[in-house]
Design a protein. Sequence first.
Length: 141
Amino acid sequence: MADTSVTPEVTVEGADGTSISLSGEHGHLVLETSWANLDAGAWERLKAEGDRLLALAQQAEAEYMADPEGYCTACGENAGWFIGYDGPRHFRGPHKLVTGAERRELFTPEDGHAPQVAWRQPGVLPDGDAAPVDGEGSDLD
């Protein structure tokens, strides 16, 4: 899997010795420069590097979204590991955090069982049905 913790970056040198930096993360490109008169070769190199960075970011995002998701074999609820807790926990909410606006809620099932973790492909429930889309059926509204 690609390392999504590092922001790809490239610097393109202009003919006059000045430089321009381009960085990309999660499919967004940021351009930083203090000058606007790039020679044609620098613009072409910048475009090619921008296209390459965007493709890398899109590939990393696709790989992240395709990672298997943990669930509890006893009850079918989502399960995962969380900082500050020993062992896996049941949770409601999305597995994948993409926008930063997603929320997860840890909970203990009524019968108090600990999660028995297994893995499934994203968007698939233990019985093989498709999972709800965009939080349908979630009580986290």
